[in-house]
Design a protein around this ligand. Structure first.
Ligand SMILES: Nc1ncnc2c1ncn2[C@@H]1O[C@H](COP(=O)(O)OP(=O)(O)OP(=O)(O)O)[C@@H](O)[C@H]1O
Ligand SMILES: [Mg+2]
Length: 417
């Protein structure tokens, strides 16, 4: 079946329920599709702001990539469309909040909870990379949890096909950006493994390895020394294998980094001894952290600053939506229908297809999130969800307010052609 286009979808096809996220070009809404009452996440992006920031090709790229990929560990795009002022990208809704929200709320996760998040991230990255795409903005804000606690990769706003010459592509988020990107060198998919290492370090130590106010400060810290977690620094409850996994991912030199020789290096690292990737893919493993049933997003997402921005956007709209810009978003419309078995008619490679015989029997697991039916947690299950207390070290770090606030902004440095 694959792609189908339809002209009869617009903003009025949805009820807008709440704001669940804020992106560089607008808001992410929780919406209800009036036709079938299903709930989705809708990313609304101001065309004027996209043009102003010179990001047209990145935004078109995001839509193109999402129209190709369909996988349980990646957010899936259902529709995309536009009106005079905005682009709209409608995706599966994941109600567990993003990892940044959960880190800030719970502050610290156990080793097994962290390992589970990272394992989901690995499966998501595997499918992105095998399709020759570099995500380039892996960070906690761009990892969202479903209601069961499974993690999905979102935000392909600066993702790119991997090419040999890409030293000019230096977009990303400084705290998670691999040194080779910072240094404007050609880079490969292993930049995403570096970012994964930083996230894992943050989950273990409560703070990122290289902290700084801006890109230059972070760059200086990285240049100054290679950070390694020493045995005596490993927090209680964490293993040496976890530290070794992280130390090998945060290697400054890409050719020294775990995963440089292929993702199997990562999947077979001793930290994942006896871990069943197949069971994970089939969602047979019970997630060790289950998000609460509350609204898992910051209530203060929309600030005064946004209201001011909205006013300036109205001014921008008038200036920028002149004839010369009218055609740059043509063909944005997309309507996605997948058949029962998620078959998709394009060149998309799913490396996990081999796991799928079992999945088809169990297919309902994956469709549940789409239907957005929340199964009530059994009292037994609830009891087992233990949010660990902050360790003494983490409390100390927290005192200095080093937990990363929601301000790790993606910096787009890509010139549109
Ligand atoms: N499918 C989804 N379900 C639930 N929440 C989502 C979904 N997609 C995005 N979000 C939330 O909205 C936020 C912003 O979305 P996204 O990261 O795609 O926007 P962005 O404009 O690319 O942001 P950035 O400024 O980080 O590049 C995410 O951090 C996440 O909290
Ligand atoms: Mg984002």
């Amino acid at each position: 079946m694959g792609n189908k286009t339809t002209g009869d979808i617009d903003r009025n096809s949805f009820d807008f329920l709440s704001i669940i996220g804020k992106g560089g070009f607008g808001k992410v809404w929780r919406v209800r599709y009036k036709k079938n009452y299903k709930e989705f996440a809708m990313k609304e992006m101001s065309k004027a702001r996209i043009i102003e920031k010179n990001c047209v090709s990145s935004i078109i790229g995001e839509r193109d990539i999402l129209s190709q990929i369909h996988h349980p560990f990646i957010i899936n795009m259902i529709f995309s469309f536009q009106d005079e002022n905005n682009l709209y990208l409608v995706m599966n809704l994941f109600t567990g909040g993003d990892l940044r929200y959960q880190i800030n709320k719970n502050h610290i996760f156990t080793e097994y909870q962290s390992k589970f998040f990272i394992a989901c991230l690995i499966l998501g990255l595997e499918v992105i990379h095998i399709n020759n795409i570099i995500h380039r903005d892996i960070k906690p804000e761009n990892l969202v949890l479903d209601y069961k606690g499974y993690l999905k990769i979102t935000d392909f706003g600066i993702a790119k096909k991997q090419v040999k010459q890409n030293s000019n592509e230096t977009s990303g988020t400084p705290g998670y950006m691999a040194p080779e990107v910072m240094n404007c060198q050609n880079h490969t998919i292993v930049v995403d493994y570096y970012a994964m290492g930083i996230i894992c370090y943050e989950l273990m130590m409560g703070v990122r390895p290289y902290v700084g106010e801006n890109r230059n400060e972070i760059k200086e810290k990285i240049l100054a020394r290679q950070i390694m977690i020493k045995n005596h620094e490993i927090p209680n409850g964490w293993s040496k294998e976890a530290a070794d996994f992280i130390n090998n991912l945060i290697q400054r030199k890409p050719n020294m980094r775990l995963g440089y020789k292929g993702i199997n290096q990562i999947k077979t690292h001793k930290w994942f001894n006896r871990f069943s990737w197949e069971d994970l893919y089939n969602m047979k493993i019970e997630a060790p952290f289950i998000p609460s049933d509350d609204d898992n997003y910051d209530a203060n997402i929309c600030t005064k600053e946004d209201i001011i921005n909205n006013e300036s956007i109205e001014r921008l709209n008038k200036i920028m939506l002149s004839n010369e810009y009218k055609t740059c978003f043509k063909n944005y419309l997309f309507f996605n229908i997948y058949d029962e078995n998620n078959n998709i008619e394009n060149n998309f490679i799913n490396p996990h297809k081999k796991y799928e015989e079992k999945k088809i029997i169990n297919n309902n697991n994956h469709n549940k999130e789409n239907e957005n039916k929340k199964t009530p947690q059994s009292p037994k299950l609830k009891k087992r969800i233990k949010i660990p207390q902050l360790s003494a070290e983490a409390q100390e770090i927290n005192k200095y307010n080093l937990f990363t606030p929601r301000s790790t902004k993606t910096i787009v440095r890509l010139k549109d052609s």
